[in-house]
Design a protein around this ligand. Structure first.
Ligand SMILES: Cc1cc2nc3c(=O)[nH]c(=O)nc-3n(C[C@H](O)[C@H](O)[C@H](O)COP(=O)(O)OP(=O)(O)OC[C@H]3O[C@@H](n4cnc5c(N)ncnc54)[C@H](O)[C@@H]3O)c2cc1C
Length: 287
């Protein structure tokens, strides 16, 4: 069985290679820098808009199974390839084994509350979660590949550079719709500044209303964070948000509704107005 491992990210590439090696000896890879985790490595330059042109390269390799990483661009590539291969698909897989006529994969469902065990027919394309497995190394044959740029740019937006990155932040002040307006987000930013923390937000305030840049979204379809302190201001605590903050050490929620769902998922609940809370805390901590 030929397995193709693909990711733009070194950690995902290592994780995918380790899973692939459990299933087959015939493992090839596509990755933008040299690696000895696969027997044959296709080495493209991944700049610009590479996802769709990489689909053509992978399709020609004709794998039975593609194990791709979990970055947004890895996923765009993977599911476009799945369409072209007319293969079965599964995302965010963390366990995979061979079955008589296909694969058995495990992936989270219901925002990580449950685990689904799914049987897939080959050919198949899966995206994975990172793991800590260490793959063996080979005397890898390397082939450089040149991509043709086949993507069409509809709209270009510059990524906003975060001052403190959410994945490394020890303290996160996170805002939800309960902050009331874009102007009020400054109170959370002032509090984050005295706490030397990062500012994040729920999906409505980032992806939908634009109170914060989209890359600050926390949750199932945004960043997964694990700070020492997560301060949830005016966030109701829907499962899709909780999925991204589950690994936080201490969660403090400020909500005017004592029965908001976040009350079930936080360590401390302050029942009150989030803006007043920010003003008072910023004043006290500034002293
Ligand atoms: C496929 C899918 C993926 C999703 N992914 C994500 C994701 O990654 N991240 C995410 O966040 N959501 C995600 N969502 C959306 C999610 O379901 C919720 O809609 C969202 O999290 C709610 O955001 P919120 O808590 O800011 O707003 P709301 O649910 O409107 O909650 C606002 C809260 O603020 C409180 N409040 C109001 N005024 C004040 C005040 N003055 N002071 C204090 N509290 C106040 C209210 O009591 C309420 O609890 C996803 C949904 C789907 C379907």
């Amino acid at each position: 069985m030929k397995i193709l491992v693909v990711s733009e990210d070194p950690e995902y590439f290592r994780s995918a290679s380790a899973l692939a090696q459990k299933l087959s000896d015939d493992v090839e890879g596509i990755h933008p820098s040299e690696s000895s985790y696969v027997k044959k490595l296709y080495l493209p330059k991944l700049d610009g808009f590479w996802e769709l042109s990489l689909v053509d390269v992978a399709f020609k390799i004709n794998p039975n199974l593609v194990i791709a990483g979990g970055t947004k661009r890895d996923k765009t590539f993977a599911f476009s390839l799945a369409g072209k291969m007319k293969s079965s698909v599964a995302s965010d897989v963390f366990d995979v084994r061979l079955d008589n006529d296909g694969l058995i994969v495990k992936r989270p469902v219901y925002s990580g509350v449950g685990i689904a065990t799914i049987r897939l027919k080959l050919p198949s394309v899966i995206t994975i979660q990172k793991n800590t497995l260490e793959p063996k190394t080979f005397n890898t044959l390397i082939e450089k590949v040149t991509l043709t740029n086949s993507n069409v740019i509809l709209k270009e937006r510059k990524a906003v550079q975060q001052t403190v990155s959410l994945d490394k932040a020890k303290i996160i002040v996170s805002v939800g719709r309960g902050m009331g307006s874009k102007e009020n987000v400054k109170y959370a930013e002032e509090l984050a500044s005295v706490l030397k923390g990062a500012v994040g937000g729920s999906r409505p305030v980032t992806a939908e209303m634009g109170w914060l840049p989209e890359d600050r979204q926390i949750g199932l379809s945004g960043n997964k964070v694990k700070p020492q302190l997560y301060l949830a201001l005016g966030i109701s605590g829907q499962p899709q948000h909780i999925a991204g903050i589950r690994d936080s050490k201490i969660i403090v929620a400020v909500n005017k509704d004592k029965n908001a769902p976040i009350s079930e998922n936080c360590d401390y609940l302050v029942v009150g107005d989030a803006i007043e809370f920010c003003k008072i805390m910023t004043k006290r901590l500034s002293k």
